[in-house]
Ligand binder design. Structure first.
Ligand SMILES: Cc1cc2nc3c(=O)[nH]c(=O)nc-3n(C[C@H](O)[C@H](O)[C@H](O)COP(=O)(O)O)c2cc1C
Length: 193
């Protein structure tokens, strides 16, 4: 049994990311894979900016948020990242959240889901660079929703049917690589123990 986290990568109050995240979660659940899927909402963590000096009384809260985020991300074998595109790049909240991690995500797989005027593809290319450094294996197939054709008035999510093909391919790839990399991590542990 694999554990895969579905990361809601926007914390904006009126975010479209919520509907997209629930769509991919429901889609994945219906496949009946031997996988536990769990949504992780960045907004639940209130992460400080990396290295930020947090005022006196808030230090413990900030440390607890970082610890909870790190432990949650460490608990998964793989990830589906639901990424908005801001200014032709990954959004700041998601970038900051990833900056807090390294060993927690190393040697694990990730699939990308995006949305934006070009389906969030520029955020995805940006994420692939970041994942290279974090030793996260991002799979080839991505699911890319257009703000123009998969949303009404840029805000009501109505995805076209054809996305199901890519969603299935992406999930197949993430599951295959998450399983393979679990073995890699177990072998590495055996070598170091
Ligand atoms: C600050 C900002 C910059 C944006 N820049 C882009 C962009 O460069 N390309 C794009 O396709 N969409 C861009 N958008 C549109 C967002 O992708 C769209 O609003 C999306 O719904 C944001 O995700 P969220 O609603 O989950 O926060 C931008 C939105 C914001 C708020």
């Amino acid at each position: 049994m694999l554990n895969i986290g579905i990361i809601l990568g926007s914390v904006r109050e009126t975010r479209n990311g919520e509907a997209v995240t629930h769509w991919i979660h429901d889609f994945a659940e219906k496949r009946n894979d031997d996988v536990t899927y769990e949504i992780v909402d960045l907004a639940d963590y209130q992460l400080p900016l990396l290295g930020q000096v947090v005022p006196g009384t808030q230090v413990q809260e900030a440390e607890a948020s970082v610890k909870a985020w790190s432990e949650k991300m460490a608990s998964f074998d793989g990830y589906i990242i639901v990424a908005p595109e801001y200014n032709h790049a990954v959004g700041g909240a998601l970038k900051n959240a990833l900056d807090h991690l390294k060993p927690e995500v190393a040697n694990k797989a990730a699939g990308l889901v995006g949305y934006g005027s070009l389906g969030g593809t520029r955020a995805h290319e940006n994420l692939r660079l970041i994942f290279g450094e974090l030793q996260v294996a991002d799979v080839q197939t991505a699911v890319t929703f257009s703000l123009m054709t998969d949303f009404e008035n840029f805000s009501v999510f109505k995805p076209a049917d054809y996305h199901a093909d890519n969603a299935n391919k992406m999930l197949d790839q993430v599951i295959a690589w998450s399983g393979a990399l679990k073995q890699v991590r177990e072998n590495a542990e055996a070598v170091t123990n």
